[in-house]
Design a protein around this ligand. Structure first.
Ligand code: ATP
Ligand code: PRP
Length: 206
């Protein structure tokens, strides 16, 4: 039996579609259910549904053998898991954004983000010392309300930036979802994991 941790937000439907394309029979009510643990005995699989950052925690602790997580989540925290496949779904990118024509405060520059580690290493590499302000969402508010000079956040369609009068200033990294595995599960359940990897790699979008 393979236990797979899935993020229950945006990635979920695309991941589900990919698994179905790979030939796994997942019940139709899968997407609508409020259940957080779903057994699929016909496929010898069990799914747990969690927040994106928590998916990696479940896999790291071995309570899930595998997981699906955005590269952004993998970059934010170094974790003891292996990345097996780039699933090429949920494409977006991480970027620095701000109000157009507004320079960083020279004395006490502040950057708001949900990704404090990515943001601090990015600005460190740029040779800029900034204060990182950690937020949990609505990051685009921070420059509008004077909390920060810049934000580091996910950009997908660019609509949120545009509708809030912000502009993308620098791209940090491209982001897609990855299949990750617990190192012990990878050793102990190698056949089942290899089969999943093989079947998924046949249907990954180009
Ligand atoms: N527009 C977007 N905004 C945020 N994440 C996106 C976007 N497009 C793709 N992604 C990817 O989706 C992941 C978020 O996954 P998911 O949708 O499961 O969680 P969420 O519920 O939207 O996020 P959270 O719980 O952090 O609010 C990100 O880690 C990123 O890799
Ligand atoms: O470029 P776009 O297509 O507009 O997508 C990017 C926006 O989507 C995400 O926010 P989300 O909807 O997850 O809201 P939250 O950050 O407030 O949780 C992200 O943090 C951006 O705000």
């Amino acid at each position: 039996m393979l236990t797979i941790a899935m993020p229950k937000g945006r990635i979920f439907n695309e991941a589900l579609e990919l698994l179905r394309k790979a030939g796994y029979t997942l019940p139709p009510e899968f997407a609508e259910s409020r259940k957080l643990m779903i057994e699929v005995p016909e496929e010898n699989m069990r799914f747990i549904l969690a927040k994106p950052m928590d998916v990696v925690t479940y896999v790291e602790h071995g309570v899930a053998d595998l997981g699906i997580a955005g590269k952004d989540v993998m970059m934010e925290e170094e974790r003891d898991v292996y990345e097996l496949l780039d699933l090429k779904i949920s494409k977006c990118h991480l970027a620095v954004a701000g109000l157009p024509g507004v320079r960083m405060n020279q004395i006490a520059p502040r950057v708001a983000t949900k990704y404090p580690n990515i943001a601090s290493s990015y600005f460190r590499e740029q040779g800029e010392q900034v204060e990182i302000i950690r937020l949990n969402g609505s990051i685009e508010l921070a420059p509008l309300i004077g909390l920060a000079d810049r934000i580091v956040d996910i950009v997908s369609t660019g609509r949120t930036l545009k509708e809030n009068g912000l502009v993308e200033l620098e791209k940090i990294a491209d982001v897609t979802s990855r299949l990750i595995v617990n190192p012990v599960s990878y050793r102990m359940k190698d056949e089942a994991v290899d089969e999943l990897v093989h079947r998924l790699s046949e249907v990954i979008p180009q």
